[in-house]
Design a protein around this ligand. Sequence first.
Ligand code: ADP
Ligand code: ADP
Length: 227
Amino acid sequence: RDAVVCRGVGKTWSAGTDRAHVALRDVDLDVAPGEFIVLLGPSGCGKSTLLYLIAGLEDTSDGEIWAFGDRVATPSPDRSLIFQETSLFPWLTVWQNVSFGLSIRGEPAAARKEAARQALQRVGLVEAMDKRPDELSGGMRQRVAVARALAMRPKVLLMDEPFAALDVQTRAKMQDFLLDVWRDSEASVLFVTHHIDEAVALADRVVIFTARPGRIKTIVPIDMPRP
Ligand code: ADP
Ligand code: ADP
């Protein structure tokens, strides 16, 4: 069974009095469990929109999205979205930030702290548990954001240029770190970037969005063996 299935997915944004804007048209995409897919393409071609739709934060205008056999209609902890600068709560400690989603789920405090510790262990930040976000570097904050997502044990990680704000060296370290975390998480990843080197470093499969006249988008999958 596929992790995510998109069939004929289209999205038309209608913002205020502006003309309707077609962001995605007729997208078919199948994501296998544990697969790492990178979405590449020029800016404005609808990559973020697709992640939003899969996250269940927006409704499709056309077509259907399925996750593990269920029609996607609303957000779920199974599908976790991480942005370029995912905001942590500045007044909470690192472990409180990581366990925040679990408190929404109603888990007791002791269980939340333990889950936060385990997630922070996986991103190598247990020592920073009691620090506040402003005491951390940008790369460390993104690792906390990844830990927060992992604590929810998502089946699909949706990552929208998560390392774009980082310098080249930190980005390379974050890529290695993400691959390590991903290998033992069994989650599928959909990762948006506009760096081809990042796509090559990370992907099982690269999906390229190409902008066409008339704003019709074509998706071309390219299979690449992992070195
Ligand atoms: P990408 O992630 O590939 O840069 P986006 O998905 O962010 O592309 O945007 C695709 C198109 O949809 C863009 O033209 C953008 O302006 C438009 N768009 C994105 N989000 C919204 C929104 N919330 N309301 C209206 N238009 C939007
Ligand atoms: P099961 O009976 O095992 O739940 P389904 O027929 O519901 O099987 O679904 C089989 C697979 O096909 C699932 O992975 C589901 O996501 C996908 N799927 C089911 N219906 C549709 C549909 N209308 N369009 C696209 N994918 C679908």
